[in-house]
Design a protein around this ligand. Structure first.
Ligand SMILES: *Cc1c(COP(=O)(O)O)cnc(C)c1O
Length: 401
C-alpha cells in the first residue's frame, strides 16, 4: 500500500520526502549530474516539450536531484510547490520580480538582509518599481504606506540583524484586503519554527545556504507556494533567465534537510540558554532574542513562530546584543576562541559578526540609526557545539569587551 507523504510526520518527511530511486535501487539519493536528457524517439521529445508527457528536458528547467530537494522542502513547508534556485538572493529576486511589473509599488520592512534591500531600493526602480520601507514591527505602518498601486509586501521576520518581528498574519490580512501579494523571507525563522503560508503569505523564500545546508558548504535558495502561482509567476522566468540550482548543490542540501530539524532544535535550545546568560551580563546593554519575554515583539513571536505545531523553543538560533561601542564589540570578537568571526549564519559552527562594519556596511549611518543599529551590536549565530564550551568562550570574550 502506498502512503501519502503529506500524512507523514515531520521526521519522516525530512528523511524520505521526495526521494526517487532509479532502477539500480541505490539507498542514498542519486546525484544526477547531467545537463540534458535523451528521448526514445522524436515523437517522445515532441511530447515532452509540449508538456504532454512527463520527464525532464533540460537542467535549466528541472533536474531529478533538484526535484528531490524541491519536493522534500515543499513537504517540510506544507507548500504545494517549490522551485529551487542557485542562491538565496536568486530566490528573492525571482520571488519579487516574478510578481511585479513597471508601475507597481512594494512595501517592505526597513531592516532587511542587505541584498534584499538593494534589490528593492536600488535595482527595482530601474524597472519602474518603487518601494517604501516601514517600521516592520508596527502593523499600522504597513497600512499607512499603502498606495493605489501597492502590489506586494515583502517581510523578513525575524529581521536581520536586530531580530524585529513582523506580524505576518496582520500584514497578510491587509494584503488580501487590497489585492496584494505577500512574500516572506523566512531564513532567520527557519522552516522548523515558522510557516508563513499558514499565516496567510503567498510565497516563502529561503536561502538554503543557511540552516538547510547548515554545514557551511554550498549556496542555494528556494521559493515555495501554490502550484498555480508558482507556474504563473515563475515558471517561464526560471526557464528563460536561468537561476537554476546545481544538481550537486541540490544533493548536498537534500542531505542537509535530513538533519535540519534535529540541528535547528539543538542550536535553538543552546541559543535560548545563551541569550539568558548574555542578557544577565553586566557588559551587555541589551540582548535581543525573540524567545525572551523582554523582546519588544515577544507576544507576536510566540504566536507565529510555532510552525507545524512545534513548541517554540526560543525563536531560532540567532541572538543580537549590544556592547555599547564598536571598540567593545571588536574586543569581544577578537577575544573569541571557539566562536568564529563570520557573517554567515545557521551553520553548525557558532559565528559572530559586527553588522555595522560587515553585513550592514552599505547602509548610511542614518539608515542604520532608523533600525536601531548602533556600532555596539553583535549578531551571534549559535551552532551545534557544547553549550558549556560556548558559554565559557562568550564569558571570556565579554571580560575583554
Ligand atoms: C543569506 C540570506 C539571504 C541571501 O542568501 P544567499 O544564499 O546568501 O544568496 C537572503 N535573506 C536572508 C535573510 C539571508 O540571511
Amino acid at each position: 500500500m502506498s502512503e501519502d507523504p503529506k500524512d507523514w510526520e515531520l521526521a519522516t518527511r525530512l528523511v524520505r520526502g521526495g526521494a526517487m530511486r532509479s532502477p539500480f535501487g541505490e539507498t542514498a539519493e542519486a546525484l544526477y549530474l547531467t545537463q540534458s536528457f535523451v528521448y526514445e524517439s522524436a515523437e517522445s521529445a515532441d511530447a515532452r516539450f509540449k508538456g504532454e508527457a512527463p520527464g525532464f528536458v533540460y537542467s535549466r528547467y528541472a533536474n531529478p536531484t533538484v526535484k528531490m530537494f524541491e519536493d522534500r522542502l515543499a513537504l517540510l513547508e506544507g507548500a504545494e510547490a517549490c522551485r529551487a534556485t542557485a542562491s538565496g538572493m536568486a530566490a528573492v529576486h525571482l520571488a519579487l520580480t516574478g510578481l511585479l511589473k513597471a508601475g507597481d509599488h512594494v512595501v517592505a520592512g526597513k531592516a532587511l538582509f542587505g541584498s534584499c534591500r538593494w534589490i528593492l531600493a536600488t535595482w527595482a526602480p530601474r524597472f519602474g518599481v518603487e518601494a517604501t520601507f516601514v517600521e516592520a514591527s508596527d502593523p499600522a505602518a504597513w497600512r499607512a504606506a499603502v498606495r493605489p498601486n501597492t502590489r506586494l509586501f515583502f517581510i523578513e521576520s525575524p529581521a536581520n540583524p536586530l531580530l524585529e518581528i513582523t506580524d505576518i498574519a496582520a500584514v497578510s490580512a491587509l494584503a488580501r484586503e487590497i489585492g496584494a501579494k505577500v512574500v516572506v523571507d523566512n531564513v532567520f525563522a527557519t522552516p522548523i519554527f515558522q510557516k508563513p503560508l499558514t499565516l496567510g503569505a503567498d510565497v516563502v523564500v529561503y536561502s538554503a545556504t543557511k540552516h538547510i545546508d547548515g554545514q557551511g558548504r554550498v549556496l542555494g535558495g528556494a521559493v515555495l507556494g501554490e502550484t498555480t502561482l508558482l507556474d504563473e509567476a515563475y515558471k517561464d522566468f526560471i526557464r528563460h533567465t536561468g537561476p537554476a540550482l546545481s544538481p550537486f548543490n541540490a544533493w548536498v542540501l537534500l542531505n542537509g534537510l535530513v538533519t535540519l530539524d534535529l540541528r535547528v532544535r539543538a542550536q535553538t535550545t543552546t541559543a535560548a540558554a545563551l541569550a539568558d546568560r548574555l542578557a544577565a551580563h553586566a557588559k551587555v546593554r541589551a540582548c535581543r532574542y525573540p524567545g525572551r519575554a523582554d523582546h519588544p515583539q515577544h507576544e507576536v513571536a510566540r504566536r507565529q513562530m510555532t510552525g507545524g505545531g512545534n513548541q517554540m523553543l526560543g525563536g531560532s538560533n540567532l541572538i543580537a546584543f549590544d556592547l555599547g561601542t564598536q571598540a567593545a564589540a571588536f574586543n569581544f570578537l577578537n577575544a573569541l576562541s571557539l566562536v568564529d568571526i563570520s557573517n554567515n549564519l545557521g551553520d553548525a559552527r557558532s559565528m559572530a559578526t559586527h553588522p555595522t562594519t560587515t553585513t550592514h556596511r552599505s547602509m548610511t549611518d542614518e539608515q542604520r540609526l532608523e533600525i536601531g543599529l548602533t556600532p555596539g551590536w553583535v549578531r551571534l549565530s549559535v551552532g551545534l557545539e557544547g553549550a558549556a564550551d560556548l558559554a565559557r568562550d562568550l564569558d571570556r570574550a565579554l571580560d575583554k569587551a
